[in-house]
Write a protein that binds this ligand. Sequence first.
Ligand code: FES
Length: 103
Amino acid sequence: VTLTFYEQTGIRKIVSGMAGISLMELAKANDIAGIDGDCGGACSCGTCCVIIENSAAMNLEQVSDAELGILEFVSDDIVEGQRLACQIDVTNILEGAVIKVAT
Ligand code: FES
């Protein structure tokens, strides 16, 4: 799976990864600035927040209540496509996706 991250400074990084890890783990493995994943993917820290462009067209996992709670905690205004990267599995759905770091 190959996808593009935009760090908050605007730096673009194209990364590839195997399915079977989370989007947070993929970002960390590729040193994407702003994705810290402090809780290790337990959906409790909010340091893996991203905005996935055109996410409505993807068949992503639904936002759980726990994820929504963290998104509301880290962000006053949740925008379309805003997700916790640790709650997104890397699958072929993400091929070619454009993902902005949101925290
Ligand atoms: Fe902590 Fe995603 S890594 S909420």
